[in-house]
Design a protein around this ligand. Sequence first.
Ligand SMILES: N[C@@H](CCC(=O)N[C@@H](CS)C(=O)NCC(=O)O)C(=O)O
Length: 210
Amino acid sequence: MTLTLHGYWRSSAAYRVRLALALKGLHHDSVAHDLRIGAQRADDYRALQPQGLVPVLEGPDGPLIQSPAILEWLEERFPDPPLLPFDTAGRAVVRAMAALVACDIHPINNLRVLTMLRQDMGADEAAIRRWIGHWIAEGFAALEMLIVRHGRGFAYGDTPTLADCHILPQVYNAERFAVDLTPYPALVASAEKLRHAVPQAAPDRQADAG
Ligand SMILES: N[C@@H](CCC(=O)N[C@@H](CS)C(=O)NCC(=O)O)C(=O)O
């Protein structure tokens, strides 16, 4: 089965998918779309992803969009190793952790939001960093509490889950923007554990990095 991931090395949403693919031991081909030059908005790419966002995963079920849906698809199609706990309560916690990143941190710090803040609202780089840092800190404070409660090495339990696939890319974003991570030791430790488990998924290991 051929799986082709359309992404960009620094895209944290694409990084989520690379992590899940790596954890499941799945090979994939990569197609890079340079977000800095707006390649994601080209007509032929919008035919795959009408929003003009990365990632897209092309496979036997057609082009799949929205990284949370792609991760759920991978989990259903390739259940071994599982990235969700077996019990319904645990699944709800893992999905909540993932949603905390995917719904409440990442979208308001996305490139198109930052571009609007810069271009239409007159925000300078100091204001942009304050904006990003604020939303990451608020979300990470809550995540830290959840990881202390549920984690045993990883964010939930002692094996990686879909929660970790969301958290590590968000930590990568936080590092890019020099957000202070010292208040979140459990979160950082869980992210480091995943980073070391699947180094091949890291942004700087991608062919288009630079
Ligand atoms: N909810 C979407 C978000 C995708 C997304 O925001 N991708 C970013 C990169 S991380 C992007 O393509 N940004 C381009 C832009 O904002 O123009 C998903 O999880 O797939």
